[in-house]
Each structure stands twice: as C-alpha cells, then as structure tokens.
Design a protein around this ligand. Structure first.
Ligand SMILES: Nc1ncnc2c1ncn2[C@@H]1O[C@H](C[S@+](CC[C@H]([NH3+])C(=O)[O-])CC(=O)[O-])[C@@H](O)[C@H]1O
Ligand SMILES: O=C(O)C(=O)Cc1ccccc1
Length: 242
C-alpha cells in the first residue's frame, strides 16, 4: 500500500534534515513521482539500457534502490542467463518495503537485497550499474572514491547510469530551472509551504553538482564515453561507458 505524501504539508516548528525513514518510505512512490520531473521516463530507459548492456553471468547493481523501482525495471529487461541484480540501500525502512514490492512480481532473475552503505560495498563483474538519484545524497568528498570503486567493478563495455538533480553553472539559468521545478511540484499538488519546507530540509543532505563537474569526474575515474542522455529542468540522467 502506498500513500499520498503530506510530510511537509503542516508547519513544522523544528525542521530537521530530510532522511529516508519509515514515514518517507510509506509515501515514496507518490513523493518521487510528484517531485522528480522525468522520473518515469528515466525508469523506463534504465530498462531499455539494461536490455542492451546486461551480459551473461554478470552482476547488475542498483545503488540506493529505495523501493526497487529501477531494480524491477532492470529485472523485467534482463535478457541474458546467469545475471544477478544486487539492490542496495542503507535505509532499513526502504529495504523492507523493497522486499515486499519485488516479491509481488514473478521473475526468473535473481535479486539480492542488501542493507549497506554503498560507499563500503564490494562491486565486481558488473555489466550495468545504476545510481538513480543517489549520488546527490553522498557526502561530496566520498563521490570520487565511490565512482572509482564503481569504475573498477565494471567490466569493459559496461555502463553506469547516473541520474541526479543538477545545479547550472549559469546563475540565471540555475534560478530558472529551480523555479520551473517548483512550478512542476505546485502543478502536482504541493503547496507553497510543502515546497519551501522540503527545500529547507534537503539543504544539508542533497548537494547537487553541475553536469560539467559530473562529466569531468566520470572521465577522471576512467570512463571512456560520458554524456547526458536526458534532462528536464534541473533533473537529468547521464551514461558513462567503460
Ligand atoms: N550511503 C548510502 N548507501 C546506501 N543507500 C543510500 C546511501 N545514501 C542514501 N541512500 C539511499 O538512496 C536513496 C535515494 S532515493 C533513490 C530512488 C531510487 N533509486 C529509485 O529509482 O526509485 C532518491 C530520492 O529520494 O531523491 C534512498 O533510499 C536512501 O536511503
Ligand atoms: O523534492 C525535491 O525537491 C527533490 O529535489 C527530489 C526529491 C525526491 C524525493 C526525495 C528527496 C528529494
């Protein structure tokens, strides 16, 4: 059962940092759909890229899997034998619900759910790695080491799909994209108060980088082919191929 997100609807006197607790896990599908422009297109494309890049007897990783939306789309599209999807999140509330969600589909493809910090994870023999709106929550100084580990764990020809909230390096465009995102949220039924309280709660925990920084870092860790394949306002998705 999934519910409508009213988490920031009433005034909150002592607004703490946003975190992925039970309350967020309960409303997550509604929250992400109403908050992230292009989310469902990105999920579909993760399936399409999985169909192309999954190789026999390899591992596919969904890092920061939340309820497993990307995991399920990968599972539906894996068309190679001997693949395992490793879906990882460090929120117990999310993983518990991911297990229920994934168990409701019939599939031959093995899924391993792991409650772990993706910065501590062993990554090996990977054909596909997905970071769908997760890197933005990792401490900035841990981003390069994490991407290095991912690069080392990906097989030659393998793909990383990296979706993020971005900031623009042009201040005027940056403001426009943020305003358009807020318009998108209001059009999806969020009030002014919900938009502003969530913005404050995310300030210390969701730290977006520019697309330029992401691309430079992906090249720096060694990926041979890097580009944006989708962008809507200040949200988008990149591919990096080894
Ligand atoms: N260090 C960490 N280790 C493991 N998990 C983490 C860590 N930090 C944050 N997370 C987890 O990363 C997820 C980010 S949500 C991903 C959506 C999903 N990919 C989707 O396609 O629906 C994005 C969003 O809410 O904007 C949460 O479940 C966190 O618990
Ligand atoms: O809602 C926002 O403003 C966002 O930036 C996206 C988001 C979606 C779900 C959890 C945290 C952030």
């Amino acid at each position: 059962m999934s519910h409508t997100d009213h988490i920031f609807a009433a005034p909150i006197a002592e607004l703490g940092d946003f975190n992925f607790d039970q309350k967020v896990a309960e409303v997550f599908p509604d929250m992400i759909k109403r908050s992230v422009p292009g989310y469902s297109n990105i999920i579909s494309a993760i399936g399409m890229m999985t169909a192309r890049y999954a190789k026999p007897n390899t591992q596919l990783y969904d890092l920061g899997c939340s309820l497993g939306a990307a995991t399920q789309e990968m599972r539906r599209n894996v068309n190679q034998p001997g693949c395992t999807i490793v879906a990882v999140d460090n929120s117990a509330a999310m993983l518990e619900r991911a297990a229920n969600h994934l168990a409701s589909f019939k599939s031959e493809v093995a899924v391993e759910l792991r409650e772990a910090d993706i910065c501590e994870l062993d990554i090996s023999n990977a054909s596909v790695v997905v970071l769908n709106f997760t890197l933005q929550f990792i401490a900035p100084q841990q981003r390069l080491p994490l991407l290095t580990r991912i690069y080392e764990g990906v097989n030659k020809g393998g793909i990383l799909i990296l979706s993020e909230k971005f900031i623009s390096q042009d201040d005027t465009v940056n403001e426009l994209l943020i305003e358009l995102h807020h318009d998108f949220k209001r059009a999806n039924g969020y009030s002014e108060l919900e938009v502003s309280q969530k913005r404050t709660a995310l300030e210390n925990v969701l730290r977006p980088d520019t697309p330029e920084l992401h691309k430079a870092r992906l090249h720096e860790v060694g990926f041979s082919h890097v580009d944006m394949w989708f962008q809507c306002f200040n949200f988008g998705s990149m591919v990096a191929i080894k």
